[in-house]
Write a protein that binds this ligand. Sequence first.
Ligand code: SF4
Ligand code: FES
Length: 338
Amino acid sequence: MKVTIDNITIEVEPGTTIMQAARQIGPEVAPPAMCYYEPLKASGGKCRGCLVKVTAGSEKDPRPMPKLVPSCITQVQEGMIVENTINEQVLETRKGIVEFLLLNHPLDCPICDQAGECHLQDFSFEHGVSKTRTVEERNTFEQVDLGDHIQLHMNRCILCYRCVYTADQITDGRVHGVMHRGDHAEISTYIEKAIDNDFSGNIIDVCPVGALTDKTYRFKNRVWFTKPVEAHCDCDKCSGNVTLWYRGEEVIRVTGRKNEWGEVKEFICNTCRFDRKKTSDWTIEGPSKVSRASVISANKYGANTIKPAFPIKQAAEQYKKIDDNRDRSFLAPQKQLN
Ligand code: SF4
Ligand code: FES
């Protein structure tokens, strides 16, 4: 099927979603995804971060879709025309989505282990506004230990459901989920029952924010001071293909390998993740190719950020409106220019 996204036309298989088609074109036009996670069935449709404008539904019915649609769950049609980074309404809406996701999210990036790898941090940098309009108190929760290795900071959770799908799809007998609804909703094991199956650590990797943290790594270092290295071992539970994160000579963290969208390629077992922290446990393959989603990526905030033309135009217009003869008597005397 032919679909056009931001004036670039591509042919894709029937059943492809707008998000998948955009990803096939490349990161310049791929919508941000906070809840969609390709390896997990049924993920997506929760965060609304990926809303796009469909300006023509299909060749047969070229009418625009009346509302913005979530690109991660909307399938393309023959002749569909989609606008993402070139549509003002989409970009304005994303500002609102960021504001909404941050309503209850603490701004504790300076002490959060996810900082530098956080999709919400990227999303707000690329699409948010730099001020808040809310004065209300944020929801707060106690930190919860989910077994020996994982800690839940519910304060930071954006209810994307990725960890729930992960537990459902790669482990036996999921023991956690989203309890309650609306602004009472929270991730919980209900009776704080430990998540103790062999693959539970993967919920840390899929969490887009710092809500699920690795207790063996917490507060050890900022990610941009660490060096990722690809390594493998002969494991009888998983593929044994991992990324080792070094601080000097020390392995301080083991994670699954991720693709360019920050999604795990192969889920790994807890033994590899939590118990194999010595270089001698691994066969080293070489330095990791740093993904665009990583803060370690050179010029991450330059080369990969598309600054849409219209905010720049708007800024230029606002700039022109500044009156050089305005009253400056409010300035302290030493700062007065005239
Ligand atoms: S804990 Fe993380 S992965 Fe789970 S729902 Fe919350 S934000 Fe998503
Ligand atoms: S990524 Fe599409 S709704 Fe969350």
